[in-house]
Write a protein that binds this ligand. Structure first.
Ligand code: ADP
Ligand code: MG
Length: 729
């Protein structure tokens, strides 16, 4: 008898909503645990304050002396809030955040002179023992030291009783070992390239900031139920489980009223976010049962990425208080929707203009169209790299599974802008006549409304959609660090804007064209060139897959194939040119991601094999024995007639044996496939082997297990069922 599942259910049934501590108005508590402008003004000397501001705005270096003053101020601020420890907080390539807490407390060796200390050197640089973070072969173990370095553009914050200082993480030889470093480099590149293009329209623009607003989807499962499932505990998703009789078909959860326990969790989470300066704004139910979404007000991309990484951590911690396990996995449950993390992206100037927002004048609209069309061109040229930026073992479950955008990258722009592009395509080659220009400005560019209506009616099936004043990269996975996607989007945009500027300048200088003429000419060619990437139809349809193939668009359904684009000659050259990553860094990352892929599949394979053999088969045998006993009894009573009287039981006995045999042979074959794979030497071979020869067993084994779940006595079934995981409130 499975006591585990029933205990878990009993525990869950007895849960009361956890009371949420009432805090002051959001506008008052917002950022109170962040070393923000207000705290800096209060705790830093004017000189130190200026140094931080200048580092944030212009990337200037902070000298050691000032670093000491800044550290002192940070320490005083922290101590005033009961903080005891500090940590460099970074985002290694494991996908989570890393921290190692040190106490401010220090004393001399004989225990005299106890003090709280924190100096510039501790603030600016640390050397965590980093040998066990993924490095893709960059660091040999004998030089295992990597170091973390303060990123002043993302403010320090207090979590619990620890001061967290956002940092980059680099190897001793200077290569990036984290997500943040290449992102910061990409953001610098896009800033420079975009400013140069903006200056065609407005000489006052000195800085362009990439903006990001993510939308985090997640599942909440009672912690007792989650803990009763070894697959959820070890892999973050269910590897088996028959679908519930009721799933999401009634659509009764989406935007419905939020269950009390979940609502309390959300309120508590929002409070924490407010204190941490994460500007969360919206919360609602998602499509699947027990699935929810949280979205903030958009921010500068680096800060937004940090905030999302921090949020994922905070979500778990707050979840513990409410007896929830938060599932951030892209596909925790088969047969119901998975979770994504839309990345809303745009660029803003220091003069307050959203570069992907239509303006009020023809000139500002020409600027908008310039950035808009360049984005399309960037995606067109680098669609494979875009696909690679979202490739993970867990996201493979979503992409192309009729609930999330397909694995084919395309751009949706809506009806109105499609028309505008068609008109621009007709612009004559060379110098434009004054009449044509007037007509363009008045009737084409000038007529773009500042609210693009059809874009609010968005096409949910598009992986990269224009939604009125930003692009929405929808194919990003819920568990992903947004930095991966954001590094690529901003890099390809930077490269594209550089190329655009060169082309326009060549027409201005070489052909003596006017600036506007040159811009119209280049844009026209882009529109002609990039048609293959534009798609307004149903991205889930089979017809689109066929059409996309004809258009020459890539369709990498699995991660190992998709990742390859990260080290194509074109991508390597792009990263190199922009200074985002050198070859070593790019190749190391490729290697790390392949290794991670193989490891994830390996773990899932082991866990599935274990559960199938240690939970499912023994349970099935016990139930089969009950049936056998029953049939033997029937034989005793009815003699030869038992075969007809006990016919159904005998059938079930046979059926069970069939599934047991199925599980056993498939698990054995899968284990053999793993062994063969493990003998391979390169990360690439390993990942492909796991993808092509190990993973295919998952579905087969699962099918046998799920069939047994339907047959076997519910009371005997050891694993918490889908209906219990998904519908318990
Ligand atoms: P919804 O999609 O729910 O209608 P919005 O379109 O306002 O809501 O925003 C969705 C997300 O896009 C939010 O996280 C929001 O902060 C973000 N967003 C809005 N404008 C921008 C922008 N210019 N740059 C980046 N993100 C943005
Ligand atoms: Mg959205």
């Amino acid at each position: 008898m499975s006591t585990f599942r029933f205990q878990a259910l009993k525990e869950t049934a007895g849960r009361k909503p956890v009371k949420v501590q009432e805090l002051d108005k959001k506008s008052i508590i917002f950022g109170s645990n962040v070393f923000n402008d207000k705290a800096m003004r209060q705790f830093l000397t004017p000189e130190a304050y200026k140094a931080v501001q200048s580092a944030v705005q212009h990337g200037t270096k902070i000298d050691r002396k000032l670093a000491d003053y800044i550290a002192m101020g940070m320490k005083e601020w922290s101590l005033s809030k009961g903080v005891t420890h500090y940590t460099h907080w970074f985002q290694p390539l494991t996908g989570t955040t890393a921290e190692k807490h040190d106490a401010f407390f220090e004393t001399s060796f004989d225990g005299t002179d106890p003090v709280e200390k924190f100096g510039g050197s501790q603030l600016v640089q640390q050397e965590p023992d980093a040998s066990s973070f993924p490095n893709g072969g960059i660091r040999n173990t004998f030089e295992a030291r990597g170091y973390t370095a303060w990123d002043p553009t993302s403010p320090a914050f207090i979590f619990g009783t620890t001061l967290c200082i956002p940092t980059v993480f680099i190897s001793y030889t200077g290569e990036a070992l984290d997500y943040k470093t290449p992102l910061l480099r990409a953001l610098t590149a896009v800033d420079e390239a975009a400013v140069a293009v903006c200056n065609y329209f407005d000489k006052n623009v000195k800085k362009v900031t990439a903006t990001l607003g993510w939308e985090q989807e997640y599942f909440l499962v009672d912690s007792a139920l989650a803990n009763s499932r070894p697959d959820i505990t070890l892999t973050g998703r269910t590897l088996l489980g028959h679908s519930s009789a009721k799933g999401q078909q009634l659509d009764d959860h989406y935007f419905g009223s939020i269950p009390t326990r979940a609502l309390n969790y959300m309120r508590d989470l929002e409070n924490e976010c407010m204190l941490l300066g994460i500007p969360v704004k919206t919360r609602h139910n998602e499509v699947a049962p027990n699935q929810f979404e949280l979205a903030p007000i958009f921010e500068e991309a680096n800060l937004a990425v940090d905030h999302n990484s921090l949020l994922m951590d905070v979500m778990q911690k707050v979840g513990e208080r409410h007896y929830f396990k938060v599932l951030l996995h892209e596909k925790p449950f088969a047969g119901v929707n998975g979770s994504g993390k839309h990345n809303n992206w745009s660029m803003a100037t220091d003069t307050g203009v959203n570069l992907l927002g239509p303006g009020k004048t023809p000139m500002s609209n020409l600027q908008f169209l310039t950035f808009f069309i360049n984005t399309i061109k960037a995606v067109y040229t680098n669609e494979e790299l875009m696909r690679a930026s979202i490739a993970t073992a867990s996201n493979d479950h979503r992409l192309g599974a009729n609930e999330a955008p397909p694995a084919i990258i395309s751009v949706f722009i809506g009806e109105q802008l499609t028309k505008v592009l068609a008109e621009l395509e007709g612009v004559s080659t060379g110098k434009l006549s004054p009449e044509e220009k007037t007509d363009l400005k008045l009737n084409v560019v000038g007529k773009i409304p500042d609210v693009l209506l059809d874009n609010t009616d968005r096409n949910r099936t598009s992986p990269f959609a224009f939604t009125g004043n930003k692009f929405e990269f929808r194919a990003v996975g819920s568990s992903a660090n947004c930095a991966n996607a954001m590094t690529i989007v901003n890099s390809i945009m930077a490269k594209q804007l550089r190329d655009f500027k060169k082309e326009v300048d060549a027409l201005i200088d070489g052909k003596e064209m006017k600036k506007d003429d040159a811009i119209f000419n280049v844009l026209r060619e882009y529109i002609k060139e990039t048609k293959a990437i534009l798609f307004e139809g149903d991205g889930y349809s089979e017809a689109w897959a066929e059409e996309a193939a004809k258009r020459g668009l890539s369709n990498h359904k699995t991660t190992p194939g998709a990742l390859k684009a990260k080290i194509s000659e074109k991508s390597l050259a792009l990263f190199q040119e922009l200074g985002v990553m050198n070859h070593t860094e790019a190749e190391a990352r490729y290697e790390i991601e392949l290794e991670e892929y193989a490891k994830k599949i390996q773990i899932e394979g082991r866990v599935l094999g274990d559960i199938a053999r240690n939970h499912v088969i023994p349970t099935a045998i016990r139930y089969q024995n009950i049936l056998i006993e029953n049939v033997t009894g029937l034989k005793e009573i009815f003699g030869d007639e038992y075969t007809s009287i006990g016919k159904e039981q005998i059938n079930i006995i046979r059926e069970i044996s069939g599934h047991i045999a199925g599980i056993n042979t498939q698990v054995e074959q899968m284990t053999e496939a793993r062994k063969t794979a493990n003998a391979l030497t390169t990360a690439e071979e390993l990942a492909h082997a796991y993808c092509d020869t190990v993973k295919p067993y998952f579905d087969v084994i699962r099918r046998h297990c799920d069939k047994l779940e339907l047959i076997v006595d519910d009371e005997a079934w050891p694993l918490t069922k889908y209906r219990e995981l998904l519908f318990t409130r």
